[in-house]
Design a binder for this molecule. Structure first.
Ligand code: SAH
Length: 330
């Protein structure tokens, strides 16, 4: 039997425990869908992004191609198919690594990408030239929340399904009473660790996730259960908990670790520059009309600003001095 949860937990501890239980016991894709599950063209263009990036890093003979939080393994399977056709030399150079903590999802990933090597965390992946892809990975990492009360800040803890507030000693900026500030320490640590790696060996990492371009105030913690919004605190382990990704904080963490920062760009503009619509058109051409229409509809869902195109962003970090990367100024 697992230990019973503590009576009062800091929000990040609660979120870590809830998501570990959720991903270990659920098929998350029954509760939500993601870009690689919407269209195969998504993984294909990210594969081509990785191939061009590999060339920009000087085409190293051996490169770790890492995906963090690979879900069903769909993105990587689509990426590898495109890479194999477009740049076999990159396919031959890469060593596939998955960072995944859920045993259930690891088993599913192995059905689509049998030659991957699995790791619990980035620290376990051997050093060397690296390209990392991560779609909707950072939004699942646990956040802390601080709330302005009078002259100071309190931190949010969770006790029996409700928030409780405890004094917080760090100095945080002034803000109107009731303002909420979020901080995702594991996301910042992940990006900082990549920055440190990229200072030793050439590398680049691409993150696609949802959140505003600039940090601000607000409560973005949300839960999905059975495809519907749920109370994030009510039933830990039964709902998927996410929060907006703070791209400005990640960019700052990467720069502090000596890495270059590329973007963020809205996902729609990024994918369009990589040729999302042209590839979808080519794919649709050979298909019966109903299927062709479905292919085009799925890429519009990913790219159109009022759908997933604007709220989702693409951000890359790379070794210092790396020229602008595809879709992000290059
Ligand atoms: N990238 C996939 C899945 C997104 S869901 C897609 O786009 O479809 C989030 C993924 O991150 C799942 O695979 C989940 O098991 C994994 N994950 C969540 N927290 C993690 C952590 N702390 N370490 C490693 N993997 C994690």
């Amino acid at each position: 039997m697992a230990d019973p949860p503590p009576l009062t937990e800091r929000l990040d501890a609660f979120m870590a425990r809830a998501n570990a239980a959720y991903y270990a016991s659920h098929d998350p894709f029954a509760d939500f869908t993601t870009a690689p599950e919407i269209s195969q063209v998504f993984g294909e263009v990210l594969g081509l992004w990785a191939a061009v990036t590999w060339q920009m890093l000087g085409s190293p003979d051996m490169v770790m191609l890492i995906e963090a939080g690979p879900g069903r393994g769909t993105l990587m399977a689509d990426a590898l198919r495109a890479i194999g056709r477009a740049m076999p030399a990159f396919r031959a150079a890469l060593s596939l690594r998955f960072i995944e903590t859920s045993p259930r999802l690891r088993a599913e990933q192995a059905t689509r990408v049998p030659d991957a090597v699995w790791h619990d965390s980035l620290d376990d992946v051997p050093e060397g030239p690296t390209i990392l892809l991560a779609n909707e990975f950072l939004d699942a990492l646990p956040i802390r929340q601080f709330i302005r009360r009078g002259e100071g800040w309190k931190e949010r803890f969770v006790s029996e399904g409700a928030f409780v507030e405890r004094p917080h000693a760090d100095v945080l900026p002034d803000a109107p009473d009731g303002s909420i500030l979020e901080r995702c320490e594991p996301a910042q640590a992940f990006v900082a660790a990549l920055g440190t790696r990229f200072a030793r060996h050439k590398g680049a990492a691409l993150f696609l996730d949802y959140g505003p371009e600039h940090s601000g105030y607000g409560d973005s913690l949300q839960a999905l259960a059975g495809g519907k919004p749920a109370d994030p605190l009510a039933a830990p382990g039964l709902a998927d908990l996410t929060a907006h990704v703070d791209f400005a904080a990640l960019a700052a963490a990467a720069r502090a670790a000596g890495a270059s920062v590329h973007g963020p760009a809205p996902q729609g503009m990024f994918l369009a520059e990589l040729g999302l619509f042209q590839r979808a058109n080519r794919l649709a051409r050979g298909l019966p009309p109903a299927q062709a229409a479905a292919v085009m509809e799925s890429v519009r869902r990913l790219g159109e600003p009022n759908r997933m195109g604007r709220l989702f962003k693409a951000l890359a970090i790379a070794s210092a001095g790396c020229p602008p990367l595809p879709g992000l100024g290059g």
